[in-house]
Design a protein around this ligand. Structure first.
Ligand code: NAD
Length: 321
């Protein structure tokens, strides 16, 4: 398979999950791939496994100095960058159970999610465009989320950051076109894709299959999407066959259009449910604390009670992606 023969591709967040899948697919199609991540051991191992035409570099997408260092190294070694996949992203619930609803999310958590998901994409696009000016041709692929199309009360920073990624993609696409560059920029918006991001929720043991079924029961195909199914879209966007595609959002989502906006089963929404108190508990808590506590104490007290995954699993209500 040679749809990407001789192309040089840089992928962020490539140590695992969707980024790893994109790197593997690009490599299979003949590209020279540069995997980047902050999990260096894992990322290096994945590059070594791929072998020839694959390498690994540390790149924290939040840091402009990292982008400058990595891009100039790749240009020095490979002379060009043809494809950039801005995939690295976080939900904000990694190892933490703070509330992420619009009323209680801390400014630190808000900024932290945006720093990775939005600043990371902004910096990637900025330095990607500059690198691609060398040849005047290229493909920037941003990974957003269906969460960028809906409001998610319990994962507001994630939803906001992904909505902004979607919009910034269009600015980049239009800017490159105005500049006379053949650099295109598109965004893939996955729904529920089975990656390590979901592991906390799914757990192991006999209930795992039940949970998987529960989380996807309101999707037409009634299953999670696979990393390969997202990677296939990325290959299309990286290849010359998509030369006339710039600006749009491609959904990697088993949903019919009419159910698109108000239902979902995305990881951020589900993780939020797993760490949030129930609405009843929230109301009781507010009755108890709101009149007497200052803001800082109120936010601290309103932090989640972190129910078990199984209680989140049992909780009912509309699911969002
Ligand atoms: N899995 C899903 O259901 C789903 C749905 C919609 C969107 N997405 C998006 O897809 C992308 C990949 O998600 P995933 O499910 O593979 O997640 P994942 O957690 O399995 O992998 C994310 C990778 O990004 C890396 N990363 C995190 N912060 C980073 C930083 N500051 N700099 C560089 N790398 C960093 C992590 O180390 C990890 O290797 C994310 O942008 C995510 O928001 C995922």
């Amino acid at each position: 398979m040679t749809r990407l023969a001789d192309k040089v591709a840089l992928i962020t967040g490539a140590a695992r999950g969707i980024g790893e899948g994109i790197a593997r697919a690009f490599h299979r199609e003949g590209a020279r791939v540069v995997l980047t991540d902050i999990q260096d051991e894992l990322g290096q191992a994945k590059a070594t496994e791929l072998g020839e035409r694959a390498s690994y570099m540390h790149l924290d997408v939040r840091l402009e100095s990292d982008w400058e260092r990595v891009i100039s190294k790749v240009l020095e070694l490979q002379a060009r960058i043809d494809v950039l996949a801005n995939n690295a992203g976080i939900t904000g619930f990694e190892g933490a159970s703070d509330p992420h609803d619009p009323e209680h999310v801390s400014i630190e958590n808000w900024r932290s999610v945006h720093a990775t998901n939005l600043d990371g994409v902004f910096l990637g696009c900025k330095h990607g465009i500059r690198a691609m000016r060398r040849t005047g041709v290229g493909s920037i692929i941003n990974v957003g989320s269906r969460s960028g199309l809906v409001g998610i009360p319990g994962a507001a920073p994630y939803a906001s950051s992904k909505a902004a990624v979607r919009n910034h993609t269009k600015s980049v696409a239009l800017y490159c076109a105005e500049q006379g560059l053949r650099v295109r920029c598109n965004v893939i918006q996955p729904a529920a894709i089975l990656t390590p991001m979901w592991e906390t929720l799914l757990g192991s043991g006999p209930d795992r299959a039940l949970r998987m079924a529960e989380y996807t029961k309101d999707t037409p195909l009634r299953r999670f999407g696979s990393v390969d199914e997202v990677a296939a879209l990325a290959v299309y966007l990286a290849a010359d066959e998509s030369a006339y595609t710039t600006g749009p959002s491609l959904l990697a989502s088993a949903r019919s259009a009419d159910r698109n906006v108000r239902t979902g089963s995305g990881v951020a929404a589900q993780l939020h449910k797993a760490v949030q108190p129930s609405r009843r508990q929230n109301r009781a808590h507010h009755r108890k604390t709101l009149p007497i506590l200052p803001n800082s104490a109120r936010n601290r007290d309103a932090s989640p009670i972190a129910p078990s995954t199984s209680s989140a699993f049992r909780s009912s209500g509309r699911r969002r992606t």
